[in-house]
Design a binder for this molecule. Sequence first.
Ligand code: NAD
Ligand code: TYD
Length: 351
Amino acid sequence: MRNILITGGAGFIGSHVVRLFVNKYPDYHIINLDKLTYAGNLANLKDIENCPNYTFIKGDICDFEKVREIFKKYDITGVLHLAAESHVDRSIKDPFTFAQTNVLGTLSLLQAAREYWDGDYQGKKFYHISTDEVYGSLGFDGKLFTEENKYEPHSPYSASKASSDHFVRSFHDTFGLPVVITNCSNNYGPYQFPEKLIPLFINNIRHNKPLPVYGKGENVRDWLYVVDHARAIDLIFHKGKVADTYNIGGFNEWKNIDLIKVLIKVTDRLLGRPVGTSDHLITHVTDRAGHDLRYAIDSSKLKNELGWKPSLQFEEGIEQTVRWYLDNQEWLDNVTSGEYEKYYEKMYSNR
Ligand code: NAD
Ligand code: TYD
């Protein structure tokens, strides 16, 4: 029996990781600690919420006493740390929350793990899920981020993630804590909060709303299907080398404007609209401040050492994703109206 603490399990990637672990490892106890911020939604986990090997705890990773209690009460042997503030645009408006959750929250988990494990690191692992954005921005020269790239974050979001990565490494170097870090490219798929490019644009196309393209739409991102990220996390949690770093990416670069055209084409087709119906929705708006030009990940270390590669072709992943959002309008409506927040506020206010 392993008792695994997953933080941020009610969010986009976290919910896929929780689902995978709860279903694949019936002899593990999965404890999901999530504050249920605007981005956390228990509806993402409806299909597994009653599983006997799953426990949900509403709580803040920054609440050190609570985190300590959880380690003790559940005898935690492994941590998959995903809880974070994750949206770059929000970090530009409100950097303090990012420093609080991403930096101090990570520190609180590290300190609790160190205290509870107390030097007995046999069978223990602290896994920090991070982003490729810590490496800064690439040019259009075809180079990719490798694990050797130096950290050069530009946005308050990536600066907070870089800082948390450094804290995680420092706990290995100083206290011997068995840590592992992964830096992943942009994820897409079901249950992503519709403030991020792909779900926002699918929803806007459906409702004939403008598609706000930052600047010229020339920026490049490397997109990975979220379930493939969850598979990589499973593999690295079990087989990854302690104190090591792995990059995770799809070798799948898209210029924003080209990706947006694909989204329009697929969404219009699935809605039964004639080709080109939604092209006029493209609206160029003021660029994001400090907008990183290009991210692209070299994940060959993960492929060569642990045999991972993405299972889904992008065309297939995008088709499934658009279909999911169109089939789950109620989920989108709840999330965009904030209904679910009110519901869970009431549900948990007495705990
Ligand atoms: P998300 O915003 O969808 O979910 C974050 C979750 O963390 C939410 O459920 C939220 O309620 C919870 N949370 C926030 N603050 C908390 C706190 N103080 N205490 C407890 N829970 C809290 O994020 P995501 O896109 O699923 O990203 C998950 C992780 O993966 C993050 O660490 C992010 O940096 C990293 N990541 C994301 C991407 C991506 O493309 N989305 C890519 C690479 C890495
Ligand atoms: P996003 O999904 O916010 O992820 P990240 O900033 O972490 O890469 O944005 C992906 C790309 O799409 C990024 O280059 C910014 C751009 N973008 C827009 O052009 N318009 C939008 O409304 C959003 C949310 C993003």
